[in-house]
Design a protein around this ligand. Sequence first.
Ligand code: HEC
Length: 117
Amino acid sequence: MNRACLLLLLFPIVACSNDAAPTSSQKPDGPKLYVSKNCTTCHGPKHEGTFMAPPLTRLSEHWNRTDLASFLKEPNVWKQKSPRLTEHAKHYRSPMPPTFGTDEERRTLAEWLLTLP
Ligand code: HEC
């Protein structure tokens, strides 16, 4: 009987702490957003670049998360400010389109993009 009581006491605690743990599937996820926002069309499925757009590599040398999220929202504004992006643009037929969605989605994308080697 003592054992049964102990188990009954412990169980709800375990169940509660499991409930409170954040589930990763609810958070937006960079690689999934990259696919669902059609970035693959121009930058390629492995962000290796295509004739439509440059490869997305070593972005952390040029961007921080806030600026990159802002670039995704308004690429044209950033292109005007950056000779490097203006130079990029000369090689591609269509410009980088604004990324529609929430600020959180753009921040998540930016954070993940900065981890790409
Ligand atoms: C229509 C083709 C197209 C699509 C779709 C597209 N891009 Fe681009 N992207 C470009 C082009 C072209 C450039 C080079 C700058 C320019 O010309 O605007 C660029 C530049 C970039 C850069 C800057 C690269 C650097 O070297 O600093 C990043 C980051 C980027 N894109 C990420 C994305 C992400 C993330 C998505 C999806 C949300 C996306 N792009 C969708 C065409 C595209």
